[in-house]
Ligand binder design. Sequence first.
Ligand code: 13P
Length: 263
Amino acid sequence: MKKLWIGTNWKMTKTIAEGIAFTTRLKQISETLPSAIQLFIIPSHTALVPIKEFTSDSSIYLGAQNMHWEDGGAYTGEISPRMLAEMGLDLIELGHSERRQYFNETDEAINKKVHAALAYALKPLICIGENADHKHYHISKETLASQLKISLHGVSKQQAKNVLIAYEPVWAIGEQGVPADAAYVAEIHDFLRQTLIGLFEEVGLEIPILYGGSVNHDNFLEYSKLENVDGLFIGRAAWDIEQFKEILTQLGAQAAQKKSYIG
Ligand code: 13P
């Protein structure tokens, strides 16, 4: 059964107490959704252990926002894949544009992290996205192909079955972000699918490609209906659990109707 991946990156917003309150309510909501919806949450590192206690008897996947690629060592302030795997996490978000922009993360570093994640059975959720200049000069596809090819360098077809991609155009993310047109998202996701097929042949068809960047109550249904959009990665519009519930309820109804998400 094809899944629709719906998740939220909390960025640096929620305390442990706030995260637990959110997760407790999300668990209740998740029980009303069709199993075709695969929920996931990406809290701050501090909240992962306490929140794991709440998600472990649910279908909600839990992920971290970043990690180092080394198992351990003299890297003050970092957290290793071995430590995240010990927590029993499902996902690791890698290469978010805020990490690229503020912490100078490169595709080469992300590639090392992807390999480290796969070695520890953490599913890498690799974020890629062109910036406004790339879009202006019509080199979005070149940028995205290069981000994909470098971050997935050396990944085998077998390993690729555990990878997820989030397309998040930099110009669409956050307070200053401008939501992307659905037609543009469709064109880019089709291109990403072809690039993944080029890299992994038939396995490229299975890799979920999520869309993120100013997903909100006005546009989420449009994006989620697109053929090569396998999920949504949401920031601000999902941080209030009752607002997130509105989105989830409608996506649940849509998934229940959509043939490709059943059986
Ligand atoms: P916004 O939905 O707030 O634009 O954030 C998206 C995002 O960065 C998800 O990783």
